[in-house]
Design a binder for this molecule. Structure first.
Ligand SMILES: Cc1ncc(COP(=O)(O)O)c(C=O)c1O
Ligand SMILES: N[C@@H](CCCC[NH3+])C(=O)O
Length: 423
């Protein structure tokens, strides 16, 4: 058993659905990202079932994985999109995504990004500061448009997650302090180029309990009532993303647990007319992907054993950035009689921080293929070309079929944007 239901051992070797991972590595080389289409569908299904019979819009938080094939799958399943840049907008439009199902989040929207989103006709801008509101009013006015606005409020709740991915605390840069929200809404109402449509919050990522959401929900409901008392009626409430996944032994809350609580609260407060928007990222894609990497060398020093692999922090930065744990599975494990040594799995990059896993008891030889599990979210999208390493290829598996959905970057992609200086 692995942490990811769609990546399991069949006849002693690890498969993605019905495709042997060793075969994919041989055909496409390593490092290689492999995704399971069925895993995407099953993760979506959990949200669909939880939303049944209610007015819920799921806007996939595409920063988790913005591969066009992944976006296209979610579009076909009926998803909207949560975007945070003009680049993400362009990717959604490229796969024929419906702009009226796009919410635009982010603290630093630039003028060109606002213009592009206004021209596309997005569902709303999740506005994160008064300064942004003023800029949006001006840009919309100049474009002859009315910008739909939802204020992202900062409810000051602790999501009990890693500090780098906690976003709903007072000290975080995100959102408008909830106690100032009424004033900013009143300001928004005064601009003819703005139309107030909703309220939004996003308290963090890899959240495993329902309680932080309930704290945020209480505060949002109190705000919605306060706004109504001042004649400001909203159409939707967006609770952001954040539902966690299993990396080791976590049992994260489910979409149904969250949405059942939300519906109960809305009923109790007679707010059932509100549409609910969610922006899940990781929980839709995290366990739909693995990163395949081959052991280049084994190195035994006085202090540690290292397995030097061909993937590195430029391919998957989560371990070194957040101290994140990703399970590591040998694709063809040997049965070995001896107790396996403990290895640090490290990449070729010239930094001691270039590690993917530490202290893993594994029976390894050079040439072995490893699967770094739970690498469907914040993995390829956070990759870089550091050390002039071309980005890995991405492959999508669907049953017994595998398709390259993004080829490995060619070496010349490393210098095609620079002008070469000569004397
Ligand atoms: C505004 C916003 N919405 C949605 C998400 C998606 O979050 P997650 O991948 O944790 O579901 C994020 C990232 O945390 C975000 O910043
Ligand atoms: N990049 C983070 C999640 C950040 C979510 C974006 N607000 C991770 O890998 O866990």
């Amino acid at each position: 058993m692995t942490v990811a239901p769609h990546f399991q051992f069949q006849d002693g070797v690890l498969h993605a659905e019905d495709v042997a991972l060793e075969q994919l590595a041989q055909e496409h080389g390593t490092p290689l990202y492999v995704y399971s289409r069925q895993a995407l569908r099953d993760a979506w299904e959990a949200y669909r079932i939880a939303s049944e019979g209610r007015d819920v819009l799921i806007c996939y938080g595409m920063k988790a994985n913005s591969n066009l094939a992944v976006l296209d799958e979610f579009r076909k399943l009926g998803s909207g999109f949560d975007i945070v840049s003009g680049g993400e907008l362009a990717r959604v439009l490229a796969i024929g995504g419906d702009p009226s199902r796009i919410v635009f989040s982010g603290v630093g929207k630039q003028v060109w990004e606002m213009q592009a989103a206004l021209n596309a006709g997005v569902k709303c801008f999740n506005v994160e500061s008064e300064a942004e509101l003023l800029r949006l009013a001006e840009v919309a006015d100049q474009c002859g448009k009315v910008a739909p606005v939802s204020l992202r409020v900062n409810p000051d709740v602790d999501a009990h997650t890693h500090p780098y991915i906690s976003t709903g605390l007072k000290e975080n840069k995100f959102g408008i302090a909830i106690e100032n929200a009424l004033t900013v809404y009143q300001r928004a109402m005064s601009f003819p180029s703005l139309r107030v449509v909703g309220v939004d919050c996003h308290i963090g990522s890899q959240i495993t309990e329902v309680s932080p959401y309930l704290d945020a929900l209480d505060k949002l409901i109190a705000l919605i009532k306060q706004l109504a008392a001042h004649g400001i009626q909203l159409k939707h409430m967006d609770l952001g993303g954040g539902i966690g996944i299993r990396y080791t032994d976590e049992t994260p809350l489910t979409p149904k647990q969250l949405l059942d609580e939300v519906f109960l609260a809305l009923q109790a407060h007679e707010l059932t007319h509100l549409q609910i928007v969610l922006e899940p990222g990781r929980s839709l894609v995290g366990n739909a992907g693995v990163l395949l990497t081959r052991v280049e060398y084994l190195k035994h020093t006085e202090a540690r054993n290292f397995a030097i692999v061909d993937a590195a922090m430029n391919d998957l930065i989560r371990p070194t950035l957040y101290d994140a744990w990703h399970s590591v599975e040998p694709v063809t494990p040997r049965s070995g009689g001896q107790p396996a040594p403990s290895y640090d799995i490290v990449g070729p990059i010239c930094e001691s921080g270039d590690w993917l896993a530490k202290d893993r008891q594994l029976d390894l030889q050079h040439g072995d293929l490893l699967a770094i599990m739970s690498a469907g979210a914040y993995a390829f999208t956070m990759s870089s070309q550091y050390n002039s390493r071309p980005r890995a290829a991405e492959v999508m598996v669907d049953g017994a079929k595998a398709t390259v959905v993004r080829p490995r970057e060619a070496l010349d992609s490393l210098f095609d944007t620079e002008s070469v200086l000569t004397d």
